[in-house]
Design a protein around this ligand. Structure first.
Ligand code: PYC
Length: 334
């Protein structure tokens, strides 16, 4: 019998789970975290499934494994493990992993207050603040984000023809404004949004095959997430959203890569200017603060350099076992 032991530290970012594997992650080959991600997907995806799906995880679970940096100028590398696969980039996962890693002594930045993090989508520069013995906030300068397409149409089995834009913020998002069609996000429960999204995502990818591939990395492609938008409920917020990921998840956090994609859409459409603050409210009312730090280009696309700021909390220590006598070593979803 082979028993695999994973020492995990569990936390959440603005309500969405982050399980950091502190010990037990596999050694990975590759010159970049992008290459290491491909190695993990090829040989070790059972670890992701076992730690994310039931019975050890659940439909919304997500997490990470930390690695030494590929480039010695950086502080560390990160592999995101989620129910949806190994995302190229995850904002709430970054805020949570950095908070957990710093507080629990897994990360030792060379420059206090700053972390240079290698993600599969590229280098992410991080600032953080501490208060009362804990990391109180994390701000990540995300990868260049851009609006990839506007005013596309797709047929929903439930809602008829829907118009949407597609933007990249570390993952490709179909951004749908139900207000254009109905009264708003508040008309729908999370279960409704999951059902609508399960129907729409394959239709979008079937209708626009090979259209959404990152111009600089062919390993990043396809619309993986749907971002439903709406007017904010919180006074401090600019907009509200519900992000669908995996097969059944609505992000409990305001979604870092989704917020980056949304800001790229707004800048391109003249609704947000560099320097202005964009506060995104999640489906459960938690907030991230976004800011456009600058402008860039990705292939033919004008892009923005977004910063996302939020907070995370540690809530438990968890040693998980996967062994080949378990009936569900790779977990399951119902
Ligand atoms: O925060 O980027 C994010 C994210 C992606 C999927 C769930 N959260």
């Amino acid at each position: 019998m082979a028993t695999h032991r994973f020492t995990c530290i569990d936390g959440h970012t603005a309500g969405n789970p982050v399980r950091v594997v502190a010990r037990g992650g596999p050694p990975l080959e590759g010159r970049t975290m992008g290459e290491k991600r491909l190695h993990f997907l090829r040989d070790y995806d059972w670890i992701r499934k076992g730690l994310m799906f039931e019975p050890r995880g659940h439909d919304v679970m997500s997490g990470s494994i930390l690695y030494p940096p590929c480039n010695p100028e950086n502080d560390l590398g990160i592999l995101f493990i989620e129910t949806s696969g190994c995302l190229p980039m995850c904002g709430h996962g970054t805020i949570g992993s950095i908070t957990i890693g710093l507080q629990e002594g897994l990360i030792h930045p060379r420059v206090p207050g700053e972390v240079r993090l290698e993600t599969p989508a590229g280098l992410v520069r991080i600032r953080y603040g501490e208060e009362g013995g804990r990391v109180s906030w994390v701000a990540l300068a995300n990868v260049p984000s851009f609006l990839a397409a506007e005013s596309l149409e797709v047929e929903s089995s439930y809602l008829g023809t829907l118009r949407f834009d597609v933007a990249y913020g570390g993952n490709f998002y179909a951004i749908i404004d139900p207000q254009e069609h109905f009264q708003g996000l508040g008309d729908f429960t999370a279960a409704d949004l999951v059902r609508f999204s399960q129907d729409l995502r394959p239709r979008i990818n079937k209708k626009f095959p090979d259209r959404f591939i990152h111009p600089q990395d062919p390993n990043i492609g396809g619309v993986s997430h749907l971002l439903w938008t709406g007017p904010p409920l919180a006074k401090a917020a600019t907009a509200r959203n519900a992000v669908f990921y995996g097969e059944k998840a609505i992000d409990r956090s305001p979604c870092g890569t989704g917020t980056s994609a949304r800001m790229a859409q707004w800048v391109q459409q003249g609704r947000l200017r560099p320097g202005e603050v964009f506060v995104h409210e999640s489906y459960i009312g938690s907030l991230f603060e976004g800011r456009v730090l600058g402008e860039a280009r990705v292939g033919d696309f004008p892009a923005i350099l977004p910063e996302i700021r939020g907070s995370a909390w540690v809530y438990g220590y968890n040693t998980l076992l996967i062994d080949d006598t378990h009936p569900f070593p790779e977990g399951f979803q119902v």
